[in-house]
Design a protein around this ligand. Structure first.
Ligand code: DC
Length: 423
């Protein structure tokens, strides 16, 4: 199986390292605490009495520094030029100095080089401040952990108390506030959430919940390799032959646990929408498509769910709701068939009964292959704003509301046509 690079960033005491350590154990990955590397640099500067203003001497130190991480289930040990400094680098003076030394360009350059070297084979979880933004901007998974400063201070205070250190909660909180500011306002690689990172507020989460959240997230995102390959080929086709444009792709949520609702103009709509989604999606397909056993196997492999048309297919409905309840994304063509332009009530029922939100998707010109190829048209897919089911004014489960919701969603979809007028 593919070995991923997983980036976890966030401020101090947001839960990164404990979570990352446990995840690494579960996944049998290497865990790299990049903060420890900056801490080791700080300690080296301190031991050699090199001031942080003295850049030439620092550069010389960096030539001589050797940071080694020994991985073990009992926790990693950090060696600085052969000496075990695991405990020493956690002391208050080094903590402060590590944030100060992390501002310096040559230090960061050296650390980033080392980190990239360790992570290049994959199978690694790295935590820090700039992993998702600078060290591995193409990481397979990026998480950004946050928690209120009060909660973070309390966590650190409990840790310190367990180690027999006497620090007041205020002292710890002040130090965290100072470090947050220093880490996030520096010029080079400041602490910042990558635009494609998943934010996790750990303020009221247990460690087990944090680990479960990430494991579930990764599990859901795992695509079968042949599915991944098909998507890759499809995307190339869409670019080359259909000159495809995706509008408002940023509206595709990181957590795809919702109903994808689209209009339907071509038999290629389902795979095309599937191709732009970051995880495997499920699609309702008319049962007639399953007549040919070979084709049936193919589309079943692509997560197609057979649905009988013309009346309510309870079995299909149940399957869809089950998938959604398990946070899987299901694509529904609101009009049912390509020929209809009327909203079918099903989407309203599914939304109200599962409480899942709806992501409107508008597809244009997927049925104009030749026009696209000849440069007259372009395939255009527009992502609408997420419709929050819980805030719809129609909460009672009845047929009239199902229909009204479906019509509302269909209108939202067709409004998106404005976004690709020039296609
Ligand atoms: O995660 P930590 O508290 O051990 O990190 C110590 C300091 O190192 C932190 O205040 C800022 C710096 N650091 C950084 O600048 N970039 C990283 N990727 C990790 C840590």
């Amino acid at each position: 199986m593919k070995k991923y690079v997983i980036a976890i960033d966030g401020p101090a005491a947001s839960g990164k390292s404990t979570t990352a350590k446990l995840l690494a154990e579960k996944l049998r990955y290497i865990y790299i605490d990049t903060g420890a590397m900056y801490r080791a640099c700080a300690l080296f500067a301190e031991e050699n009495r090199v001031s942080l203003e003295d850049i030439p001497s620092l550069a010389e130190l960096l030539e001589r520094i050797e940071i080694r991480i020994e991985y073990s289930d009992a926790g990693n040990r950090i060696f600085l030029n052969g000496k075990d400094v695991t405990a020493r680098i956690r002391e208050a003076d080094i903590t402060k100095l590590s944030s100060e030394i992390a501002v310096i360009g040559i230090v960061r350059k050296k650390m980033v080089e080392l980190q990239r070297k360790i992570g290049r084979e994959g199978g690694v979880i790295m935590d820090g401040r700039d992993i998702g933004t600078v060290v591995f901007p193409d990481a397979d998974f990026k998480f950004f952990m946050i928690a209120s400063v009060g909660i973070r201070a309390r966590r650190r205070w409990l840790e310190a108390r367990d180690k027999g250190e006497r620090l007041s909660l205020e002292e710890i909180e002040d130090e965290l506030i100072w470090r947050d500011r220093n880490d996030s306002t520096r010029e080079i690689a400041p602490l910042r959430k990558a635009s494609d990172a998943v934010e996790i507020d750990t303020s009221s989460m247990t460690i087990a919940e944090q680990v479960d959240f990430i494991m579930n997230y990764i599990g859901k995102r795992k695509m079968r390799s042949s599915y991944r390959l098909l998507i890759f080929l499809l995307k190339i086709t869409m670019r080359l032959f259909y000159r495809y444009r995706l509008i408002h792709g940023e509206r595709i949520p990181q957590q795809l646990d919702l109903i994808l609702a689209a209009n339907h103009i071509s038999a290629y709509d389902p795979p095309m929408i599937g191709a732009i989604m970051p995880e495997e999606i499920y699609i309702l397909a008319k049962i007639e498509l399953f007549r040919n056993p070979l084709f049936a196997r193919f589309i079943s492999y692509l997560n197609a769910i057979p649905v009988k048309r013309g009346r309510v297919d309870r079995k299909a409905l149940e399957r869809v709701m089950n998938l959604l309840r398990h946070d899987k994304p299901v694509l529904i063509f609101i009009e049912g068939t390509r020929k209809s332009s009327q909203a079918k009530a099903g989407v309203g029922k599914i939304a109200l009964e599962t409480g899942k939100d709806i992501l409107p998707i508008y597809v244009k010109n997927s049925n104009r292959f030749w026009d696209c190829l000849l440069g007259k048209k372009r395939l255009c897919i527009v992502i609408g704003e997420r419709i929050k089911t819980s805030s719809l004014p129609l909460q009672a489960s009845n047929k009239e509301n199902y229909r009204l919701i479906a019509e509302y969603v269909l209108n939202k979809i067709y409004e998106l046509d404005n976004e690709c007028q020039d296609s």
